[in-house]
Design a protein around this ligand. Structure first.
Ligand code: PHE
Length: 315
C-alpha cells in the first residue's frame, strides 16, 4: 500500500485510491469499524497504520500538486530571447518632412519663418497686395468668402503684408501656411499650402531673387546644378513679375513658382518708402514641391488621412 501511494503519478488516481481506502466503503473504514473486536495491541497497530497512511496520502498529494505547478510554470516561462514585436513609432507626414527641409534651407539664407491667420480680411489678402476690385482672383468662383466679407486666405502673400506692417524694412522672411481656392482635381485641392519668400532692403535686385531661388531649389532637390527658365508673367503685387520653371528629369520644364519685384504700391501700403527700399517676393506650392521631391502624384492623398498611404510614403 505504501509503495502504491508513492508510485501514483497523478492526482485523480491518488484521489481514487484515497476514496477506496478511507471513503464510506473504503478498506480502512471497514477495518476501523471492526476495531472494537481487536485486542489492545492490534488496535494500537491499526491506529498507527491509519495515521501513517493518511500522512502518506497527504504528502503525495502535496508532491503531485507541486509537480503540476512547476510543470505549468515551465510551460509559461518567458523566453526573453524571442524577437519582440516590431515597435510602431509612426512616420512623418510628407508635408511636415518637406517643411523642415524647406525651412532649413531658407533659414540658412537668413529668411525668418512667419505664419498668419487662415481667415483673412480683404485688406491683407487683396487690397494691400495691390489687387484691384475687378481682379479675377477676387471672383466668387475662386475664393471662399465668408458672410462678413472676410475670405479664406487664397495666398500666403497675405503674410508678407502682415510682416511688413509689423516690422517694416529691411525684412527677410518667409510665410508658410494653408491656402484655399475653389478647385479640385489630382493636382488641385480646395485646401493646399503655399510658401512665400520676401526680401526687402536698400539694394535688392532681380538677380538676387534669381540666385536665391536657384540656390534654394538646388539644396531642396539635392541637385548639383539646376537650370531655370524665366518667363514674364503678371501678379498685381509684383512689377516686373516672372514665372520660374525648373528643368526636370527627361528635360521636361516644370512651372515651379511665381515671383517678382515687390510693387511700389505694396510697399507704400505697408508704410515702406519705395524710393528707399525695394525687394523681391517669390511664392510656390509647398504640396507641389513635396510631390515632386518624393514622387507623389495626387495632392488629395495629403489630406485623406489614410494611414496605409502615410506608412508607405512616410519618413
Ligand atoms: N501669390 C502668388 C500665387 O498664389 C504667387 C506669388 C508670390 C507670386 C509672390 C509672386 C510673388 O500664385
Amino acid at each position: 500500500m505504501q509503495d502504491k501511494i508513492k508510485n501514483i503519478n497523478n492526482i485523480e488516481e491518488l484521489q481514487a485510491l484515497y476514496t477506496a481506502t478511507f471513503g464510506k466503503n473504503g478498506t480502512m473504514t471497514a477495518r476501523l469499524k471492526e476495531m472494537k473486536n481487536l485486542d489492545n495491541e492490534a488496535r494500537a497497530s491499526l491506529n498507527k497504520e491509519n495515521t501513517m497512511l493518511r500522512e502518506l496520502f497527504k504528502n503525495r498529494q502535496i508532491e503531485l500538486e507541486n509537480q503540476a505547478l512547476m510543470e505549468g510554470l515551465a510551460k509559461q516561462r518567458l523566453d526573453a530571447s524571442l524577437n519582440p514585436e516590431p515597435e510602431n513609432i509612426g512616420t512623418l507626414h510628407p508635408l511636415t518632412k518637406s517643411l523642415s527641409e524647406i525651412s532649413a534651407v531658407l533659414e540658412s539664407f537668413g529668411y525668418k519663418m512667419w505664419t498668419g491667420p487662415e481667415i483673412e480680411d480683404d485688406w491683407h489678402n487683396f487690397t494691400a497686395l495691390n489687387t484691384p476690385d475687378y481682379h479675377p482672383a477676387r471672383d466668387m468662383q475662386d475664393s471662399f468668402f465668408l458672410d462678413n466679407g472676410n475670405v479664406m486666405r487664397t495666398q500666403t502673400s497675405a503674410i508678407q503684408i502682415r510682416s511688413m506692417e509689423k516690422e517694416g524694412a529691411p525684412i527677410k522672411m518667409f510665410g508658410v501656411g494653408a491656402t484655399y481656392r475653389k478647385e479640385m482635381d489630382a493636382t488641385h485641392s480646395p485646401m493646399f499650402h503655399q510658401i512665400e519668400g520676401l526680401y526687402i532692403d536698400k539694394d535688392i535686385t532681380m538677380s538676387d531673387l534669381i540666385s536665391d531661388v536657384k540656390e534654394f531649389l538646388k539644396k531642396f532637390f539635392e541637385m548639383d546644378e539646376v537650370e531655370l527658365r524665366i518667363r514674364p508673367s503678371y501678379f498685381p503685387f509684383t512689377e516686373p513679375s516672372i514665372e520660374i520653371d525648373l528643368k526636370w528629369q527627361g528635360g521636361k520644364w516644370l512651372e515651379i513658382m511665381g515671383a517678382g519685384m515687390v510693387h511700389p504700391n505694396v510697399l507704400r501700403n505697408c508704410n515702406i518708402d519705395p524710393d528707399v527700399y525695394q525687394g523681391f517676393a517669390f511664392g510656390f506650392g509647398w504640396d507641389r514641391l513635396a510631390m515632386l521631391k518624393y514622387g507623389l502624384n495626387d495632392i488629395r492623398q495629403f489630406y485623406d488621412g489614410d494611414i496605409r498611404w502615410l506608412r508607405k510614403t512616410g519618413f
